[in-house]
Design a binder for this molecule. Structure first.
Ligand SMILES: Cc1ncc(C[n+]2csc(CCOP(=O)(O)OP(=O)(O)O)c2C)c(N)n1
Ligand SMILES: [Mg+2]
Length: 280
């Protein structure tokens, strides 16, 4: 991909990280780790890949995005706000009573959310149904967590997707190695994740899920195989972008203390400035 185009997507992803920090600033807390590990992928989907109309979020022929691991929703809200689905002032209502953007996504509160998620293990089943109904008309993209793979319902949905040859369905597994309470490998190990999906009949690829270049490269080649759903095992870093929080389970849910938030904001804004300077 052309360098400037990639840099623009990278700076957009950082602006979306800044939007997440704004939500944390106004509410005092949030699921930081998982939001920051998948936000590069969510940015690429909305700003590069998906057929959508921010001014008409319920346009019938739109591609669908499902955040199966609903606790990562600050990433989606941040991207929707950046893309113009709603005014950025709404970010300041995150998690508050009556908000459009609660701690887990609610399709009845915000247009642009396709399903209520948060109870892990349901997004892929919903996506199967959507992909089946939309075959030939639209594409369906799902983000799942690696810890989420422990839910058995995912594997029933994975079998069905292959059985029905849903090649308009793409799943990203946000493989950050951590879930709420520690290492996924120790809690319920699904490594090698790629081999599991392959065994169910999926086309599979591993990428660095925090590299815009690799994300765009794989998006350009979808579906990886005609007649098969695609699983992209995205190797990511939990809390990617906040150096003191990266790769630590304790930043799964974050209530910033002792200047942490200010430090995170400074780091994020410095990165935005640095990438913006590189854009010619
Ligand atoms: C059915 C169900 N069981 C347990 C939980 C509690 N829970 C919330 S987030 C989470 C960890 C998910 O880990 P992962 O999918 O790796 O996402 P990440 O923490 O990396 O964002 C758990 C167990 C839940 N939301 N739903
Ligand atoms: Mg995880």
């Amino acid at each position: 991909m052309e360098r400037n185009k990639r840099l623009k997507l990278e700076v957009t992803a950082e602006k979306c990280r800044r939007n997440v920090l704004r939500m944390v600033e106004s509410s005092g807390h949030g699921h930081l780790g998982g939001a920051f590990s998948c936000i590069d992928i969510v940015t690429a989907l909305y700003f590069y890949k998906m057929k959508i109309r921010p001014e008409e979020p319920d346009w019938k022929e739109r591609d669908r995005f499902l955040l199966s691991a609903g606790h990562k929703c600050m990433a989606q809200y941040a991207v929707l706000a950046e893309k113009g689905f709603f005014d950025k002032s709404v970010l300041d209502t995150y998690g508050k009573l009556g908000t459009k953007i609660p701690g887990h996504p609610d399709m009845h509160k915000l247009l642009g959310i396709e399903a209520n998620t948060g109870a892990l293990g349901h997004g892929l089943s919903i996506a199967d149904g959507m992909a089946l109904g939309l075959r030939g008309k639209a594409k369906v993209y799902v983000i799942m967590g690696d810890g989420e793979l422990a839910e058995g319902s995912n594997w029933e949905a994975a079998a069905a997707a292959a059985h029905y040859h849903l090649d308009n369905l793409t799943v990203f597994v946000d493989f950050n190695g951590l879930q709420i309470s520690g290492q996924v490998e120790k809690i319920m190990n699904y490594v090698p994740i790629d081999e599991h999906f392959k065994a169910f009949g999926w086309a599979v690829e591993n990428i660095d899920g925090n590299s815009m270049e690799e994300i765009i490269d794989v998006l350009d080649r979808l579906p990886l195989q005609k007649g098969r759903p695609t699983a992209i095992v995205a190797h990511t870093i939990k809390a990617k972008g906040i150096t003191f929080a990266e790769n630590q389970a304790k930043y799964h849910f974050w209530s910033p203390k002792n200047g942490e938030l200010q430090q995170a904001i400074e780091e994020c804004e410095a990165k935005i400035g640095k990438i913006a300077q590189e854009i010619m």
